[in-house]
Design a protein around this ligand. Structure first.
Ligand SMILES: [Zn+2]
Length: 137
């Protein structure tokens, strides 16, 4: 299945220039994830549960559903050979920071390439960064 990856898409939320944009043409799905603010969006073409075929409207056009999570920040945990990226799904509080610190205490984490950001989706500003933002792209 052809999958197109583009890592130089601008984030519509915080305007970071290197959001990850993925288009899966085979499955008619599209994703956009920003490693800076945590903006997380996806567009999915609805399939018929019985046949597995894509559903269409009477006019022949496909039926889509989009999902968007509010951005509260993001984190990256870099290990040898792979990285875990995720968005923060609620305003950052003490427990999230503690959880992040616990993840960092694992031996195989590369600290210099890991970070946590806190994003304010009202003021559209990164409010704090924990870790190394130079590893953001
Ligand atoms: Zn962003």
């Amino acid at each position: 299945m052809p999958i197109v990856n583009d890592q130089s898409t601008q984030c519509p939320e915080c305007l970071y220039k290197f959001a990850l944009h993925e288009i899966d043409t085979g499955n008619r799905r599209e994703f956009l994830f920003c490693g800076r603010c945590g903006y997380d969006w996806k567009l999915i073409t609805i399939r018929d549960r019985k046949t597995g075929e894509f559903k269409r409207k009477n006019d022949g056009s496909y039926i889509y559903r989009s999902y968007k999570k509010p951005a509260f920040g993001a984190f990256k945990i870099q290990k040898q050979g792979h990285a875990l990226f995720a968005s923060i799904t609620k305003p950052i509080d003490y427990s999230i920071i503690q959880e992040f610190k616990e993840m960092l205490s694992s031996r195989d984490i590369i600290l210099a390439k890991s970070y946590l950001t806190g994003y304010n989706n009202v003021s559209k500003q990164i409010e704090f960064v924990f870790g190394n933002v130079n590893s953001m792209s």
